[in-house]
Design a protein around this ligand. Structure first.
Ligand SMILES: Nc1ncnc2c1ncn2[C@@H]1O[C@H](COP(=O)(O)OP(=O)(O)O)[C@@H](O)[C@H]1O
Ligand SMILES: [Mg+2]
Length: 593
């Protein structure tokens, strides 16, 4: 990462940091006060040594002033206490500020990532995104503590130290400037090698998280296929690689760290003593001065060593910050805030829509249809024919490659996403339930939803045994992680009730009753029919018996509409639909018999 990129990151971080101006000012004051106190220590000792102790045992012993002497010793001790106090205070404030800041970034990242188009999530596995939100914000926090915080402190300290040495002896100051080029040479080498490992380490960490979260998500499947060992091996492999790379990186960091501090410091003090020992400087340098300057030089070397280590760490933080901002930008690109209206959705239409998830792949070909308020449009077809894809496009999760999708009379991507989503409800094959009660899951984060509305929706899907009781065992029935307490079918029903309770203008059902028995399914369909004049319903269903009553049935085959019409019309065509229907009729007769 070059310095222009870093500068861009810093500028962007600053736009967030501005809100913490007061705290930042306090921190700067504490930094300056802390460094001042720290540097005054050796200087006070110089005065004690040269002006007071030096006279003891000489002819000028009568000049020794005990009062001043003890005051100076007191000040010397106080300088350390003050410096530590300032540092503790500063560290507390900067750490709490950084944590607050990080939580704010996380919140923002989370809210923004919810707006990101589905295409992004297709490219990035869920684990990688979790790792981003947590690891990257953590790293950015470190950027602040180590760049804006410690880096500035350390640089200031070095500057102050040089100024102090310069005031004491300009010639020694020039000599100690030699540290800088040596430091830069070392640092250059460190950063180069470090960067190489860091990139690999970051990628491996994300991979590890992905493997882990995938394994947890599909645990029942893994167990069913007896694939636990293979999954563990996959995780181990990533872990091993990660360890090896981290080990190499740490080894290198330690090498450079030890070399940098010890070597440069030693060389400098040696050359200083040598120069002072030689004639030219002899007269100007007292014992106390020499002591103080050596102290200062030790501090310079230590501080510069720390800067070096921190810079190598900040490099990863910069990379993280950049990735984090990239994620935020991605969200912005996919987010259009145009109009907010009280208008309702009365029509949706596909016009010559073609689409593929990946370039060159055709999942939908030239799809056109229209659905108006009060109509139910059914989509049937074999698995993989593109039924769910049509619903995905309708939710604006993807954009068509060709053709257009209309909401009322506007192109879908020109209408406000929030407006459209508020008026749409979806029930899918896999229903997601949150931790909480069934009632909570029906209301789904809508705290204002009336209890009666929740109960009505639950009764509509035949879950009245949960809706009827008002006590904790009723609809307050607690759900475990992803709704663990219910059967698949029951979860689907809760998801269904959720959709109904929100009283949507567009209801999208994607095999929403696939895990529910035929009887309950028929009952749900009956409920839907009762209220259908108020909305547009798009139903993807497996059992054709459930879509018989639809106003329009689209028969999808390999992404194309092969046949369309009402149930009767399609039966008369004696084509695919007819064949499919007959097969299912036979099936249900066998089932019934
Ligand atoms: N996220 C995705 N990325 C790439 N291909 C996908 C994705 N989702 C579905 N597909 C592909 O699109 C085709 C249609 O899928 P889908 O619409 O889910 O079918 P259906 O719902 O009719 O069973 C399938 O070939 C499937 O492999
Ligand atoms: Mg599907």
């Amino acid at each position: 990462m070059n310095w222009t990129d870093r500068f861009a990151v810093i500028r962007r971080l600053w736009t967030y940091l501005r809100d913490y101006k007061g705290r930042l000012f306090l921190i700067s004051m504490l930094i300056v006060a802390g460094i001042g106190a720290e540097l005054s220590g050796p200087y006070l000792l110089k005065i004690i040594l040269d002006n007071h102790l030096a006279v003891l045992g000489t002819d000028e012993e009568h000049l020794f002033d005990p009062d001043t002497f003890w005051m100076l010793v007191g000040l010397y001790a106080a300088s350390f206490v003050t410096a530590s106090g300032m540092n503790v205070w500063r560290s507390y404030i900067s750490n709490t500020t950084a944590i607050k800041f990080m939580e704010r970034l996380r919140m923002e990242l989370l809210t923004r990532s919810q707006r990101i188009g589905m295409r992004y999530f297709d490219r990035q596995p869920a684990g990688a995104i979790v790792s981003r939100v947590f690891d990257d914000t953590e790293s950015v926090k470190n950027v602040l503590l180590h760049t804006a915080g410690s880096f500035i402190i350390d640089s200031l300290r070095v500057l102050f130290l040089y100024v102090a040495i310069f005031l004491l002896s300009p010639r020694i100051a020039l000599l100690s400037l030699l540290i800088l080029p040596m430091f830069f040479a070392f640092h250059y080498i460190t950063v180069r090698y470090n960067g190489k490992y860091l990139k690999v380490i970051k990628e491996l960490k994300a991979l590890k998280n992905t493997i882990f979260s995938e394994a947890v998500q599909v645990m029942p499947v893994l167990q069913l296929f007896r694939a636990e060992k293979a999954a563990a091996a996959r995780y181990n492999e990533a872990n091993d690689k990660l360890f090896k790379n981290s080990e190499k990186r740490l080894y290198m960091l330690h090498m450079t760290d030890i070399n940098l501090n010890g070597l440069i410091n030693g060389l400098l003090v040696a050359s200083l003593v040598w120069v002072v020992g030689s004639q030219s400087l002899h007269t100007a340098v007292t014992f106390g001065l020499l002591y103080t300057v050596i102290q200062y030089i030790n501090q310079i070397c230590q501080t510069i060593g720390q800067i070096g280590i921190r810079l190598t760490h900040t490099n990863d933080s910069f990379v993280s910050a950049e990735r984090m901002f990239a994620l935020m930008d991605e969200a912005d690109e996919n987010w259009e805030l145009n109009q907010t209206e009280e208008e309702t959705i009365a029509r949706i239409a596909f016009k010559n829509v073609s689409f593929g998830y990946q370039p060159g792949q055709q999942v939908l070909k030239n799809i056109s249809f229209e659905a108006r308020r009060g109509q139910t449009v059914a989509i049937v077809g074999l698995t993989g024919s593109g039924k769910s894809t049509i619903l995905n496009l309708l939710q604006g999760l993807y954009s068509p490659n060709e053709g257009s999708i209309y909401v009322n009379d506007r192109e879908i991507h020109t209408v406000d996403t929030a407006w459209r989503r508020n008026r749409t409800a979806v029930v899918m094959q896999d229903s997601f339930l949150l931790k909480g009660s069934i009632a909570d899951n029906v209301a789904f984060l809508d705290k204002n939803m009336a209890r009666s509305q929740i109960h009505e929706a639950l009764s509509a899907v035949g879950m009245s045994q949960f809706a009827g009781q008002k006590d904790v065992k009723g609809s307050q029935h607690a759900l475990g992680e992803s709704g663990g307490a219910l059967s698949f079918g029951q979860k689907q029903l809760v998801a269904f009730a959720r959709a109904l309770a929100h009283n949507p203008e567009v209801l999208l059902l994607d095999e929403a009753t696939s895990k529910v028995d035929s009887e309950t399914e028929a009952q749900i369909m009956e409920t839907l029919r009762k209220r259908c004049e108020e909305r547009i319903q798009l139903v993807v269903a497996h059992r054709l018996s459930t879509v018989k009553e639809a106003d329009l049935i689209l028969v999808l085959h390999r992404g194309e509409i092969a046949e369309q019409g009402t149930h009767e019309q399609l039966l008369q065509m004696r084509g695919r639909y007819h064949r499919l229907y007959m097969l299912q009729q036979m099936g249900s007769e066998v089932e019934a018999g």
